[in-house]
Design a protein around this ligand. Structure first.
Ligand SMILES: Cc1cc2nc3c(=O)[nH]c(=O)nc-3n(C[C@H](O)[C@H](O)[C@H](O)COP(=O)(O)O)c2cc1C
Length: 489
């Protein structure tokens, strides 16, 4: 039997003042958490019965051709039929296929738009999307992909062999062979659910599912696509975010980060040297420099570099008056939500006027807190930096590993909990942290150029080495970016 019913989060209420019926959907947008609604003006009795039944036991529908005659639907009303199609397309209906053991599989829409697809010609082959994921849940196995408009819930264990069949391109016949007797009549419906949900697609001659075509051609990896969809989707499913259990304790970390240090090294205040370059000259001159001279950079220049990039100008209260108000910071560089959860650590390889070692930049006191000498993990980070330095992508030979170690390696570490305190619900914490890293890279590039230093952003870094060097678990503070500076040759 194939049955439709409203998915969770759909509520039907009447608007007495206008004799309308309002269908409240579970969907909202990231910026506006008010549920989207569909208003049905002056519904007739057929429509009222349909709404009642969709909210309770559901309604049966023969393969996409109007209602089956059943109590309450002795005759088919085209208006009711159109309403059902409309609810389906708006992602409000669960479609269930049941057999002798109850509900076998159901399609749960996840977005406010769902395009129904039907079983293709018998000779066509279908298979799972390359991006499919299968998660165990209370009622069975949930099958989904990051970009799909729906997920499938497989609750009848007799259908589990189907999972293996769909790993490779398969015809309707091979799907039929994996179905139990009582579900054979629903083979076409089942294929329709697989295709409509977006977890499977029709294959081309190379065995690529049509739904994956553009993502595969563009080289998307599973991880990147999942991260992208998770952080860039505009519409949200309120029920899904409520359902995911959270033990997150909203612990607001102080904006200023104090570390226990071996010693504090005061840095000189900002100097006036070499500040004659105009802003536009700095922009014109900015380039990556990876070759350093014998003479290292000085503590004075390092001090200027840190001051003009990251020192704390002001502490502020953000969102004052709201329950979520929090401490923010203002720095020369911009930071999302003024959270500034990124701290700078320095692997000082060589610097005139400063001992080699591993330091934390106290951006409030404008000083360096020494955490250790140049320990093994610090040397490892410097080696990794040199190893990931190319001669420049535009050079005839880009062979990495030929690079010099920088005078100072700047490691950016994020205090994830500061972003999570504000963005746990939106799920944007890590995406915003990475954007902040990009903003800091550019600031470091421009300030280094203005000061006549050699700047180079890096793509590679090791969270493990940073964890060992800093002595902090990476879920508390994790390295998210690296930047080299030195005295240009
Ligand atoms: C996010 C980012 C990552 C980078 N990664 C590396 C790297 O791993 N190794 C390297 O030698 N250069 C790296 N660079 C520097 C680029 O190669 C450089 O910006 C690019 O070749 C353009 O040259 P230009 O900076 O002189 O304009 C990186 C730059 C950025 C912004």
């Amino acid at each position: 039997m194939l049955r439709y019913r409203f998915r969770d989060g759909v509520n039907v209420r009447s608007d007495q003042s206008r004799s309308d019926v309002v269908v409240e959907t579970p969907y909202a947008t990231r910026l506006n958490s008010i549920r989207q609604c569909v208003s049905l003006g002056h519904p007739d009795d057929f429509l009222k019965t349909l709404l009642a039944r969709l909210s309770q036991q559901g309604v049966e529908r023969s393969h996409c051709s109007g209602f089956q005659a059943s109590p309450g639907f002795d005759s088919v009303d085209p208006g009711v039929d159109a309403a059902l199609d409309d609810f389906y397309a708006r992602g409000l209906l669960i479609t269930e296929i049941s057999g002798l053991k109850g509900c076998a599989i159901c399609l749960n829409p996840l977005r406010p738009s769902l395009r129904q697809r039907f079983a293709p010609e018998a000779f066509c082959r279908i298979k799972f999307s390359k991006f499919v994921r299968i998660d165990p849940c209370r009622d069975g196995l949930e099958i989904s992909t990051p970009a799909a408009s729906g997920s499938l819930l497989l609750s009848d264990q007799r259908l589990f062999p189907l999972l293996m069949v769909l790993v490779s391109p398969c015809t309707e016949e091979s799907i039929r062979q994996s179905l139990p007797e009582d579900l054979l009549i629903h083979c076409a419906d089942l294929m329709s659910l697989l295709l409509t949900s977006g977890v499977a697609g029709v294959c081309d001659d190379h065995g690529v599912a049509d739904i994956d075509q553009t993502a595969v051609e563009s080289g998307w990896t599973e991880q990147d696509l999942a991260f992208h969809c998770h952080t860039r989707n505009h519409t949200i499913d309120l029920c899904r975010s409520e359902r995911s259990p959270t033990v997150f304790i909203n612990r607001q970390l102080p904006a200023k980060h104090q570390r226990i240090v071996l010693e504090t090294v005061a840095l000189p205040g900002p100097s006036r040297i070499n500040h004659s370059l105009s802003f536009f000259q700095v922009i014109r001159d900015r380039q990556t420099v990876r070759v350093y001279q014998e003479q290292p950079i000085t503590a004075g220049l390092l001090s200027d570099f840190l001051w003009h990039s990251m020192h704390i100008r002001e502490e502020i209260l953000c969102d004052p008056g709201l329950s979520r108000s929090y401490q923010g910071l203002l720095r020369p560089v911009a930071g999302s939500g003024a959270l500034h959860s990124i701290e700078l650590y320095l692997c000082v390889h060589r610097c005139a006027g400063l001992q080699p070692g591993f330091y934390h930049y106290d951006s409030s006191g404008h000083s360096l807190g020494k955490l250790s000498g140049l320990s093994e993990p610090c040397l490892g980070m410097l080696e990794l930096a040199a190893a990931s330095t190319c001669r420049a992508p535009q050079a005839a030979s880009v062979s990495p590993g030929q690079g010099q170690q920088p005078d100072v390696l700047v490691v950016m570490a994020a205090r994830y909990a500061r972003h999570a305190a504000l963005h746990h619900q939106t799920g944007l914490s890590y995406a915003l942290i990475l954007k902040d890293v990009g903003s800091i890279y550019q600031q470091l590039y421009l300030v280094a150029t203005a000061l006549g230093l050699a700047p180079c952003g890096l793509s590679f870094g090791s969270s493990e080495l940073f964890e060992q060097a800093s002595g902090l678990p990476s879920d508390l503070e994790c390295s998210v970016g690296e930047f080299m500076i030195g005295n240009p040759a």
